[in-house]
Design a protein around this ligand. Structure first.
Ligand code: GYE
Length: 338
């Protein structure tokens, strides 16, 4: 690791406060971090040059993603960190290029939201050789050696999928013919949300997935796939499970254009809890969303500070999520922050 005396840090010990604030505001409770004040920073005293952090973001495919970008940018500004931002437009090769670029520029730390789970070994080794800690936010990845990254901050996507499945089973009394709209192939949330939902369905013989396709976490993808699958399966379809809200919002449009009533003729459950989902629930066109907080800025920069100061931190921090359905939407919509 880099020696602590070489860091260009001016960061103030705001970590615990920011963390507490994020928990209070989002209602999310990290599983394995503490809310006590952080240990005094071992980094250089304040008044020197600014901390430089690179953020390799997936893209801007969904409103969740835009909210996450904003949270990271706002937190960087709040802490006086110079943020180098890269939008990979959904392509791993662009993300790898961005990380290599950050390494070449000698940033102090890298925040990475990996688009897919595999293929990161080499670039993470290069960051490690350059003694630049990598903080994973929002999505996990698979590597042979965990020491290639400092920590992961994310939701439990399997649990989210399970919550969606359990909600739908309860609502339909265990009987539904479901279209599944998957997220980006190979991404942690698509893999895990599929698994969690399937796990919940195992307990109910009458719950069947009749078609499952990727809409790439995009509203347009959700609309196109739903349109095509409704043509094939027609009235058989009684429910839609979308791996994110944006695809569910696209599906709602497709259902309306097919002359059916979303939320009534076809039940829809999705994941993220973005504003558009709450608006649709208030209207009655979406039935349920499982929250997944994108407000990861405070936790991400706490982790950056700890990694730079060589403080111990958990390998994984799970952000807890809750289920919201139509019955609660009106009461909470004004308090939603994304
Ligand atoms: O659910 C989706 C986004 O990785 C948790 O990616 C994130 C997912 C989120 O595009 O909307």
């Amino acid at each position: 690791m880099k020696q602590t005396h070489s860091f260009r840090s001016t960061i103030a010990p705001l970590g615990a406060l920011a963390l507490a604030a994020s928990i209070a505001i989002t209602g999310c409770k990290p599983e394995s971090t503490t809310t006590t004040a952080p240990a005094p920073s071992k980094a250089a005293p304040t008044g020197e040059s600014t901390l430089v952090v690179g953020f390799a973001q997936v893209g801007a495919e969904s409103s969740w993603r835009t909210a996450e970008t904003q949270s990271i940018k706002e937190e960087a500004a709040e802490r006086g960190v110079e943020l180098k931002f890269s939008d990979a437009q959904g392509k791993q090769e662009n993300q790898i290029k961005a990380v290599n670029g950050f390494i070449a520029q000698g940033v102090d730390a890298i925040i990475l939201a990996p688009v897919v789970e595999t293929g990161w070994e080499q670039v993470l080794k290069d960051a490690k050789d350059a003694e630049i800690p990598v903080i994973l936010v929002d999505r996990g990845l698979k590597v042979s050696d965990d020491s290639l990254y400092a920590t992961l901050i994310a939701s439990d996507f399997v649990a989210e999928g399970r919550m969606a499945g359990e909600w739908l089973a309860k609502k339909t009394e265990g009987k539904a013919s479901i279209i599944e709209l998957q997220g980006t192939p190979g991404s942690a949330p698509a893999i895990d949300r599929k698994k969690g939902f399937a796990d919940a369905l195992k307990e109910h013989e009458g719950m069947k997935i009749i078609a499952s396709q990727s809409g790439d976490f995009r509203r347009s993808g959700g609309k196109e796939v739903t349109e095509a699958l409704l043509k094939v399966h027609g009235d058989k379809v009684t429910a839609i499970y979308a791996h994110n809200d944006d695809m569910a919002l696209g599906a709602i449009q497709a259902i309306e254009e097919a002359g059916k009533k979303p939320g009534t003729d076809i039940l829809i459950v999705s994941i993220d809890g973005v504003r558009g989902a709450f608006e649709a629930m208030v209207k009655g066109t979406l039935n349920c969303t499982v929250e997944c907080s994108p407000l990861l800025g405070p936790l991400a920069f706490d982790a950056v500070e700890k990694a730079i100061a060589l403080d111990e931190q958990p390998k994984k921090t799970i952000v807890e999520d809750q289920v919201f359905d139509q019955s609660m939407a009106e009461a909470v919509i004004d308090s939603r922050r994304y």
